[in-house]
Design a protein around this ligand. Sequence first.
Ligand code: ADP
Length: 191
Amino acid sequence: MRLLIMGPPGVGKGTQARGIAAHYEVPAISTGDIFRANVRNQTPLGQKVAAIMAEGGYVPDEITDAIVRDRLGEDDAAAGWLLDGYPRTLGQVEALDGVLAESGTALDAVISLVADEDVLVERLLKRAEIEGRADDNADTIRNRMAVYNQATDPLLAIYRDRGLLVEVDGIGTIEEVGGRITAALDQVAAS
Ligand code: ADP
């Protein structure tokens, strides 16, 4: 399985990505997690992206594309993967198309988690209180939503046109949403 999971900030992509990846026995690859680990460990990459992330902006495509290309080339990704948080720009869609074409592989499906923006902002503010993630504060959250709506939401149409989009209601318990996703993907696999 080669899958993408897309959706606005706070919709639960990361949580669902880990569950689906375990279900299909493929690695869940999160660009957000990779960047956060680099910031935490103060690597040269981390130093480059820390300020961008703290503001809720996007890391430049050339940096993000190179990281994903390398990661997809690792042994554990040979039989499949689930990408969480990538692609987020038109340039990244094209870069991923290039990586897939080079390896003679293709996407199986693109999961789109859908939820009302007001619900998501509320969720993120609550998470900010509990976890204190550096990019979870009211201003940053609003900026991440705006950047998502402007740069990433339009990409869904591309995958819809390619017949790959699987839209799933993201409101519910972790188990409910996870069940909806696997049911929808099983249908894709059977068709
Ligand atoms: P969220 O889904 O809540 O925005 P992520 O963990 O997916 O959180 O991403 C956190 C941050 O990492 C983003 O706001 C952005 O700064 C950076 N980032 C992650 N993935 C990408 C990407 N594909 N392109 C550019 N920046 C990214």
